[in-house]
Design a protein around this ligand. Structure first.
Ligand SMILES: [Zn+2]
Length: 82
């Protein structure tokens, strides 16, 4: 029995770590390979990647105009994750 029924990935923590490196363009070739292979077969991580990526793009766009308040960022995150 899992506490998180929608999150059954054994590699999720590793994936998260690499995802953050990827988004900062700091991942190694090996890590990128793992990442790409993994999101092809793991919907949990693929969905998470999409959320994280879109969220960062959104922040980047907003930051060009004015800093995004933390509570608004939180609100957007909740909206995306449902
Ligand atoms: Zn996964």
């Amino acid at each position: 029995m899992s506490e998180y029924p929608d999150c059954r990935c054994n590699d999720f923590e590793k994936f998260l770590k690499i995802l953050n490196l990827m988004l900062d363009n700091e991942a190694s070739d090996d890590q990128e390979e793992f990442f790409n292979a993994h999101i092809e077969k793991c919907m949990v991580c693929f969905a998470h990647y999409n959320i994280e990526f879109q969220f960062r793009q959104l922040i980047k766009t907003k930051v060009n105009y004015k800093p995004i308040p933390e509570d608004l960022a939180q609100e957007i995150r909740l909206k995306i994750t449902g």
